[in-house]
Write a protein that binds this ligand. Structure first.
Ligand SMILES: Nc1nc2c(c(=O)[nH]1)N[C@H]1C(S)=C(S)[C@@H](COP(=O)(O)O)O[C@H]1N2
Ligand SMILES: [Mo]
Length: 298
């Protein structure tokens, strides 16, 4: 699906709809989660980046390592039909259609900050469903401790896969409690539109308190396991990229500081901004890591 700038909902209309959604979600989910305050408790009230920024400044190494490579080449990826193989420690393994996993009526808007490990950030209005709702469809067995994800492998259409930067396909993983957390979603859209290919069509993970590389795009398989799965960036450079990859301004990347970030599109005069612990989602997720040494489990 090719999107034009003119296809996007005009901003005033979009913001009004967003306000309505936020109020509704806060009423339903806020009290249940013990969340209060701004927006819905899930969504930030920060201004989203423009559709143009979100879809033209990307990391999707399957299409090249340049920031505009995905916008230029991801159109070649075939995203329909598409199915996601769910297997491992589940009651109902099988091949699931995207429409079954994320039916239109179940889609929620989540406006999340995205913090790349390279120290740039954006605010993105995703459309998606909680990953928990997908895992529950497959029936998680008690022995499942981790979830492993894989991206499509198609070197013919994914030109970046002809280079061996990564041991393709791209792999990611989460601990089961991270996967079941209400902030963790599988997105199928953004700005009220189907996900553009460069953002991980037709379905991708979004985990807002972790560095962006955890949010694996164009997912074709989800496997529940009892062992921590190998993940692409950790396989590539374990001293620089860990399994957890929680946003943490106190633990620097060996080659640069993680204390601050550059908000894409912020303009020439606004400086770098401070990066908050867990990308600002600490109130919701810090409990997942109680007692863990986050410098060791980075
Ligand atoms: N399959 C796959 N998923 C991926 C990547 C990738 O190269 N391949 N890049 C990751 C990185 S580093 C980031 S920052 C985010 C960027 O998501 P966006 O382009 O939608 O903003 O996607 C992540 N998911
Ligand atoms: Mo990233």
């Amino acid at each position: 699906m090719k999107l034009k700038w003119s296809d996007v909902t005009p901003e005033p209309l979009y913001l009004r709809r967003r306000a309505v959604l936020a109020t509704g979600l806060a009423a339903i989910a806020g009290p249940a989660l013990g969340l209060s305050g701004k927006a819905s408790g899930f969504s930030t009230d920060e201004t989203p980046n423009s559709f143009e920024e979100i879809t033209n400044y990307n990391n999707f190494y399957e299409f090249g390592t340049g920031k505009t490579d995905p916008a230029n080449h991801a159109g070649q990826m075939v995203t329909s039909p598409w199915s996601v193989e769910i297997g491992g420690l589940v009651d109902r393994p099988g091949s699931y259609g995207v429409e079954d996993l994320a039916p239109e009526a179940a889609l929620e808007e989540r406006i999340y900050r995205l913090r790349c490990v390279e120290a740039w950030s954006m605010v993105i209005p995703w459309l998606g469903v909680p990953l928990a709702s997908i895992l529950n469809k497959a029936g998680v067995q008690p022995g499942a401790k981790y979830v492993a994800f894989r991206t499509l492998h198609d070197p013919e259409r994914m030109r970046g896969q002809r280079a061996r930067i990564i041991d393709w396909p791209y792999r990611e993983g989460l601990r089961i409690d991270e996967a079941m957390h209400p902030l963790t979603i599988m997105a199928t859209g953004l700005y009220n539109k189907a996900l553009p290919n460069q953002n991980g069509a037709p379905i991708r993970l979004v985990v807002p308190w972790k560095y962006g590389f955890k949010s694996i795009k164009s997912v074709v398989s989800i496997t529940l396991t009892d062992k921590q799965p190998a993940t692409s960036w950790q396989m590539l450079q374990p001293s620089e990229y860990g399994f957890y990859a929680n946003v943490n301004p106190q633990v620097d990347h060996p080659r640069w500081s993680q204390a601050t970030e550059r908000r894409v599109g912020a303009g020439l005069w606004s400086g770098r901004q401070e990066t908050p612990m867990f990308n600002g989602y600490g109130e919701q997720v810090a409990g997942l890591y109680a007692g863990m040494d986050l410098a060791k489990y980075y």
